[in-house]
Write a protein that binds this ligand. Structure first.
Ligand SMILES: [Zn+2]
Length: 127
């Protein structure tokens, strides 16, 4: 967020900011665009970026962007923790439920995927 604040204070970025990994304009759909748009929105600066981002699309699909953020948080992507602190005011009951479901899903996946199981199998094979 600190980096983004510096960018958002630099006026030429309103016209030239390009974060997308795809060629051409910012797609507004993949991770880098989603993170930047959500971050700029959290800073109250997204409206200045109408030339480089589809701000109207963002505004009419805010729930989708919130869900993307919550999913990344469940996967412990720390960039989003900071954004979330600003976006907490936009949380609804259904988004809280969504967040909890993903937290449970990913923590279960982490436990199930731990190398202990692999080690256990290796142990069985060695015997
Ligand atoms: Zn993109």
């Amino acid at each position: 967020m600190q980096k983004l604040k510096i960018v958002a204070d630099y006026v030429p970025s309103y016209k030239y900011l390009n974060v997308c990994l795809k060629d051409g304009n910012n797609c507004g759909r993949f991770e880098k665009c989603v993170r930047t748009m959500t971050g700029l929105d959290a800073l109250g600066k997204l409206d200045y970026y109408r030339e480089v981002f589809d701000v109207d699309y963002y505004n009419s699909h805010k729930t989708w962007y919130m869900k993307k953020m919550l999913k990344r948080i469940a996967r412990k992507k720390h960039d989003y923790f900071e954004i979330y602190a600003f976006k907490r005011k936009d949380m609804t009951v259904s988004l809280y439920i969504y967040k909890e479901i993903y937290n449970i899903f990913y923590s279960f996946r982490n436990i199930a995927g731990k190398p202990t199981i692999i080690n256990f199998v290796k142990h069985l094979i060695r015997r």
